[in-house]
Design a protein around this ligand. Structure first.
Ligand SMILES: [Zn+2]
Length: 64
């Protein structure tokens, strides 16, 4: 991963609501890790209206 091509994006954690910085790569993929609860999220843009989002829960927690 070339870190010079990453664009910082302000995001809100789906788990705890904390505002953190995610990073958008040139291929429109945004990677985000919450600094409070360590939830991980990867969002890949499919089209202008559709995004494919993968959320990984913190260790010891489950989604929903
Ligand atoms: Zn969080």
């Amino acid at each position: 991963m070339n870190f010079e091509e990453l664009t910082p994006v302000l995001m809100c954690c789906n788990n705890c609501g904390h505002k953190c910085i995610g990073y958008r790569a040139r291929d429109e993929t945004v990677r985000f890790e919450c600094e409070r609860c360590s939830l991980k999220m990867v969002s890949k843009k499919i089209s202008n209206r559709v995004a494919d989002v993968r959320i990984t829960a913190p260790v010891g927690q489950s989604l929903f």
